[in-house]
Design a protein around this ligand. Structure first.
Ligand code: EPU
Length: 422
């Protein structure tokens, strides 16, 4: 297991290239189960989660090969296996995205229930409801969700839950519906850019999906899908994390391959606290001349403020000149970073799904423990500005979602090292 050792205090300045989106790549890889032809996907980041999905696909007869540092080829072979094992699914919940494609193409899917998750309860009822609406017989047996259908049938499906739409739930149902007989209309579909990208990818395979980017998706089922070549969108969460890094270190960063149009809520919040974010040529530039002002932020489904940037924003607001309030409306328990930030002399109080952040003038380096992917990113950001040395342990969490984060940070002036942890 590795740890990061960070000596805080350096201003970040320079150019950062944003990698392809992890959360767009993963369901596209699962979608390769829908065809007998090869899918070539570009701009796929080399991350631990991508390797986990490759292992799951290998067991399902699809070989995934990296043909260059950012391109993968998903080549289908033997199409008889239908099981995604607990050992792999429990490592990464996005594995559950193979459920829809498997039942649509192979008539049966057996996918382990993902189990506990550190960011809180993560039910899968909407995935099941959607597939049942398409006519699949779905039941739970020995810890596995089993779905069976000779051929799925198009339907009208309302896919909203207590916390709004579901990203991977929409992905599963949309993928399954591409091969269903007739038309499917999904109401309250997720509008996240990753879902839009998946829909475009499926259309490139020959699917007929319209309403992309809106809460109503219409999918005209087709008999079969073919292979395709497709480039994944840049990772908006990585881009947002570097915007926050620029803001926290009062730096001047230029992001290459960042999509500002996927980050409206985040950019709006940054501007409101005094951070300059703007397009310059093909790049996105962030400059932060002063200590940030406080602000209230509530996470919501897209186009609202993303839950995947909540922890990083909290690290930033812990240094604001006043009191901020951050409310989590997607995962009410996603606050594992609060106690760790407080170990670094932040002053954050949690009341249910809301946190009250009393801004402090500086953070203090400490040994802290990463609990999940985005929480770890928040701790690294805090370490960049904290006085003295910060050790972030269990960085395998961050390796799941950020490509070479320490190299990217070092290249713009951070003092961060990866060391083996005892
Ligand atoms: N929900 C239900 N029932 C369901 C599914 C979800 O009630 O069947 C609830 C969840 O409990 C949550 C809300 O709906 O309260 C939204 O969850 P969603 O299903 O959208 O999350 P997800 O698809 O499991 C994806 C991302 C997460 C990201 C969330 C929210 C991928 C692979 N994962 O998860 O990313 O936080 O959407 O935007 O796309 C991450 O990258 O660190 C990460 C956790």
């Amino acid at each position: 297991m590795d740890k990061f050792v960070i000596d805080g205090g350096n201003r970040l300045e320079g150019v950062v290239r944003i990698s392809g989106s992890k959360n767009a790549s993963l369901p596209m890889m699962a979608a390769s189960l829908l065809t007998d032809e090869t899918c070539v996907v570009g701009n796929v980041p080399p991350l631990a989660d991508i390797r986990t999905m490759s292992m799951i696909l290998a067991e399902l007869g699809v070989s995934v090969e990296r043909t260059n540092p950012t391109t993968i080829e998903c080549r289908p072979g033997d199409a008889t296996a239908v099981t995604a094992r607990y050992e792999l699914v429990s490592r990464m919940r996005a594995s559950f995205c193979v459920l829809g494609p498997l039942v649509a193409k192979r008539k049966k899917a057996r996918v382990s229930l993902p189990g506990g998750c550190v960011i809180g309860l993560r039910p899968i009822d909407l995935h099941i409801k959607g597939l049942r609406s398409l006519g699949a017989r779905v039941y739970v047996e020995h810890g596995y969700v089993v779905a069976e259908a000779d051929r799925l049938k198009g339907a009208e499906i309302y896919l909203g839950g207590a916390f709004g739409s579901s990203v991977t739930g929409t992905a599963n149902v949309m993928m399954a519906a591409t091969l269903a007989e007739g038309r499917t209309v999904v109401e309250n579909a997720a509008c996240e850019p990753e879902i839009q990208d998946l829909a475009e990818f499926l259309n490139a395979m020959g699917a007929r999906i319209s309403g992309i980017g809106t809460p109503r998706l219409t999918i005209e089922g087709v008999e079969e899908l073919g292979g395709c070549r497709y480039d994944v969108i840049p990772d908006r969460i990585e881009a947002g994390t570097f915007l926050v890094a620029g803001a926290m270190t009062r730096g001047d960063l230029r992001l290459v391959d960042a999509r500002l149009d996927h980050l409206h809520a985040v950019v709006d919040s940054l501007r409101r606290i005094g951070v300059h974010v703007y397009r310059e040529g093909g790049e996105v530039r962030v400059e932060a001349p002063e200590r940030p002002s406080p602000i209230d932020v509530t996470t919501l489904p897209y186009p609202g403020f993303p839950t995947d940037l909540q922890a990083q924003f909290m690290a930033l607001l812990s240094l604001a000149d006043g009191i901020s309030v951050v409310t989590e409306k997607i995962y009410p328990d996603r606050f594992m970073h609060v106690a760790e930030l407080n170990r670094m002399a932040a002053n954050i109080r949690k009341e249910g799904a809301t946190t009250i952040i009393m801004g402090v003038p500086e953070l203090s380096g400490a040994q802290v423990m990463a609990s999940d992917l985005r929480a770890s990113a928040a701790l690294v950001l805090a370490g960049l500005v904290a006085k003295g040395r910060t050790e972030v342990r269990r960085v395998y969490h961050i390796d799941r979602g950020y490509e070479k984060v320490e190299e990217k940070l070092r290249a713009v002036g951070a003092k961060i090292q990866r060391l083996p942890d005892e």
